[in-house]
Design a protein around this ligand. Structure first.
Ligand code: NDP
Ligand code: 5RP
Length: 468
């Protein structure tokens, strides 16, 4: 078996195991390695006819690879990636390829690629989306880094990726950290969708007092509409699952503390760095953070002495309003993310093709959604720098925003937090404001710090002594 494997994967947790099986099922021979051997054994129990070679030392792993060797890391983002890169650099040779398939921060990828190329090796920072199912049946793969490295794995990646009508959900995105940057933004948008959906659920259960079963049916219907998407689809499915012990809907028994591994926060931090407004994504990160203060929330609720409002009757019109609110929030989240990608592509010189980014998000990944077809079309037509401005979406959003406004008003009236839905509205209201109150901010800055200001009626930079 030595030296015969087409690719090797390190990290046999959820993603690594399933990706290894997927690639092996496409006819490639895959070497696998995991720090804890039992995980490798666990995978081998799942192997049927596939060609997977288990290895138990890194030396054995490297020796099992065909030259030029392709070693892919599917380990926890952070220190583990650096540790494996260092160990692999001792064992691999110039011309070999290291791929980081985890959710690494793009600045780490910038640093790692320099280190790897210094030793004459190639590196691909590759975002992968689709979770457990996608990894096995076809994820969306977002590679960036050395283009000659991509040529070595193109066939493997493109066969393993999800397939949509216009090709595999994998394409070379650009140099250095382009792939991990795109995956980071993908996840930022993912956070926003998830929070918007969660807020719709909160309104449905609290304002209208609908049961989990009824809410599940509404999401099932939503998934037949213009907001059809993977996240809406799994939401509908979640509401159908009962806890075997209590027979209650399982979702009702899950603690309301959302965890996060960092990609959403990085998207927001990076958007601040690049000067791109992404308030809906930012707010979805904040919403998760607030949720983590469960004990404090319980305490504050008892101090506040919440009163339950009378429920509202739910009908078709309400359903349409919630759907429209979700539609607008989804478009806004995509618009924010694509705006960030556009600016970052220029600043970082990635040369990203946004229609291609959107194309590879159409299948396999967590963001896959029916509206991505229209978004791809709008981008291909070069419609507007920012998606909101595109004629395709402008009319759609304008038509639906009054419904979003009603839903936000309802959330305010009923005291149900809907911060992502309301931020979507505020974001739109800000863009459509010819005049914002930033003139007052400028006056205040000039008052306390002599920061100067510009005027609307004449050219120049001005400073005023605001008080003697
Ligand atoms: N789960 C998901 O849905 C998705 C995950 N990702 C990303 O893919 C990557 C893999 O994800 P996932 O499969 O969930 O696994 P985890 O992120 O849970 O990481 C577990 C894997 O990392 C290894 N590992 C952790 N720390 C170390 C260390 N210090 N030294 C050596 N090995 C270490 C573990 O080895 P051991 O068994 O020995 O502990 C195990 O193989 C991550 O970057 C994740 O963010 C991307 C898309 C979706
Ligand atoms: O990359 C993913 C999906 O695209 C991973 O599932 C990731 O872990 C999701 O982020 P978080 O754990 O912060 O919710």
């Amino acid at each position: 078996m030595h030296g015969s494997c087409d690719i090797g994967i390190i990290g046999m947790a959820v993603m690594g195991q399933n990706l290894a099986l997927n690639i092996a099922r496409k006819g490639f021979q895959v070497a696998v390695f995991n720090r804890t051997a039992s995980r490798t054994d666990e995978l081998m129990k799942r192997v049927e006819k596939e060609s997977i070679v288990p290895t138990y030392t890194l030396k054995e792993f490297v020796a099992s690879l065909k030259k030029p060797r392709k070693a892919m890391l599917m380990v926890k983002a952070g220190a583990a990636v650096d540790e494996f890169i260092d160990k692999l650099l001792e064992l691999l040779e110039p011309g070999d390829l290291i791929i980081d398939g985890g959710n690494s921060f793009y600045q780490d990828t910038e640093r790692r690629i320099k280190k790897v190329e210094k030793q004459g090796l190639l590196f691909l920072g590759t975002g992968i989306s689709g979770g457990e199912y996608g990894a096995l049946h076809g994820p969306s793969i977002m590679p960036g880094g050395h283009e000659e490295g991509y040529a070595l794995v193109k066939e493997i990646f493109e066969k393993a990726a999800a397939q949509v009508e216009d090709g595999p959900c994998c394409t070379y995105l650009g140099p250095r950290s382009a792939g991990h940057f795109v995956k980071m933004v993908h996840n930022g948008i993912e956070y926003a969708f998830m929070q918007a959906i969660a807020e719709a659920y909160d309104l449905l259960r609290k304002a209208y007092r609908l049961s989990s079963e009824a809410i599940g049916k509404i999401f099932e219907e939503f998934n037949q509409s213009e907001i059809a998407s993977y996240l809406i689809e799994i939401t509908a499915k979640i509401f159908k699952v009962s806890d075997p012990e209590t027979r209650k809907p399982l979702v009702e028994l899950i603690l309301d503390q959302a965890e996060q591994k960092g990609t959403g926060k990085w998207t927001s931090q990076t958007a601040f760095d690049f000067g791109v407004p992404t308030p809906v994504i930012n707010q979805s990160v904040i919403a998760r953070t607030i949720s983590s203060f469960k004990q404090e929330r319980v305490q504050f609720a008892s101090l506040w002495k919440n009163k339950e409002a009378a429920p509202i009757n739910f009908d078709e019109q309400h359903k349409e309003k919630i759907k429209d609110a979700l539609f607008v929030s989804m478009v806004v989240a995509f618009s924010e993310g694509l705006h960030l990608l556009k600016v970052a592509s220029q600043e970082m010189q990635y040369g990203l093709s946004l229609p291609e980014v959107v194309r590879i998000w159409k299948g396999g990944c967590i963001l896959r959604a029916r509206m991505l077809n229209q978004i791809q079309q709008a981008l291909q037509n070069g419609e507007g720098e920012i998606l909101l401005f595109s004629p395709t979406f402008l009319n759609e959003i304008q038509r639906r925003t009054p419904k979003l406004r009603e839903i936000v008003a309802l959330s305010i009236e009923k005291e149900i937090p809907a911060s992502v839905l309301s931020t979507s509205l505020a974001y739109l209201d800000s863009w459509k404001s010819e005049n914002l109150p930033a003139n007052l901010i400028q006056a205040q800055r000039d008052f306390f710090g002599a920061h100067t200001y510009q005027r609307v009626d004449k050219e120049g930079v001005f400073h005023t002594i605001w008080e003697e």
